[in-house]
Design a protein around this ligand. Sequence first.
Ligand SMILES: NC(=O)c1ccc[n+]([C@@H]2O[C@H](COP(=O)([O-])OP(=O)(O)OC[C@H]3O[C@@H](n4cnc5c(N)ncnc54)[C@H](O)[C@@H]3O)[C@@H](O)[C@H]2O)c1
Length: 425
Amino acid sequence: MKFVLIGAGQRGMIYARYANKAGHQIVAAADIDAKKLQLAQSEFNIADDFVFTDAAKLLERDCMADAAIIATMDRDHAWQAILALERGYHLLLEKPISSEPSELLKIESLANERGRHVVVCHVLRYSPFFLEVKKHIDNGAIGRIISIQHNENIGNYHMAHSFVRGNWRRKELASSIIMQKSCHDMDLLSWLVGSPCKKVASFGELTYFKAENAPADASTRCVDCPHADTCRFSAYKCYLPVMGSWPAAVLTENQTEEGLREAIGSGAYGRCVYHCDNDVCDHQVTILEFENGVTSTFNMSAFTNKIARTIKIMGEDGEIRASEVENIIEITSFASNSAASTQSCVIRPETVQSGHGGGDSRMLDDFLALIEDKTEGKGEKEAATSISQSTESHLMALCAEESRLTGNVMNVREYKARHSEEITR
Ligand SMILES: NC(=O)c1ccc[n+]([C@@H]2O[C@H](COP(=O)([O-])OP(=O)(O)OC[C@H]3O[C@@H](n4cnc5c(N)ncnc54)[C@H](O)[C@@H]3O)[C@@H](O)[C@H]2O)c1
């Protein structure tokens, strides 16, 4: 099959390389960064006429492949997805789809009208860990689910890197943090619960990573800060010890001590975490009620040591406790009284050496099989997740943000109806 790559950055290259290794052709690429474009051109052997210095230029042309991989930055996904669907491509689309409800709903209706697959990169649905959790829910191991407690532990240094100093620090550059980071969690919850969400309320703010919490006399950059030796967020401590790997690799292509020191001295990642222009929340608590009666709390917080999700699923007959970082799923059936012994079974799902705990490679296998099935004219394979399911979980994130800002409890169906009217007007 043939693919076009829009955005030859970190994610886009992972996806394109995977498709290419599986025997498919990357026939065209677009990127505004000349170096990245050149790299993609030489790696995938793309003809000169088929490399474009902007997505818009690639999308001006008639459809030249079976599907497009869209992996640009958050704010560009929607217009590129709309143009690509109009051209006739199936899509592998990075999240978030859009933080504008009208664009989100337009993409859903366009994809459905034109019979195009849009697979949104909700990689966690495909990870062996969460697939195992889902399998035991569906097998009835704990009976009907009554409620869920879910935590997204961002990790304090990850917060500082991506959401304080980095590309996802401001809502206007990317989107609200509940959308950009936790649309994955909204998607996981509605998938595990097996029902659309009915109501959402949310509370949270940016509490810590701001000027009032800076040590006295802190400079705006680590390079000349008197606290560089004692501050745990000193960029020298954050990046030099992990030279060559994430997150240091994001700072510069020159992964030497000299290269990193130069990037810290003058680049965005050398800024004081208390003196950046960030505005996204560093903690947010959301409560959700699903149409099948299940209730859930979702706690997203920067104030954790490890980066991983933990979840407790409470059912009629038992509970599941699962910790992603420890790769442990514990299933316990309830006893008749406190004296009776309970039986717990502990499962350690297989670990896969690909990004997102194996989610990346499985998502791509599923996407490639889906497009192959469609291009062979069979249309028999069902997508593991459809554009309508992804739209639902994005609506949950949009409602959470609106609730946080207005103080209202949001009804997801009413929110969708209100914005659907906008696109039909
Ligand atoms: N699914 C996941 O779990 C997951 C994980 C990380 C990132 N992401 C998402 O993936 C997306 C890409 O993230 P990344 O880390 O790869 O970023 P990146 O900066 O490495 O890649 C984005 C690329 O898009 C290019 N680009 C920007 N505007 C363009 C345009 N108009 N036309 C063509 N190319 C353009 C940039 O030059 C860059 O090469 C983001 O939206 C991010 O939120 C998703």
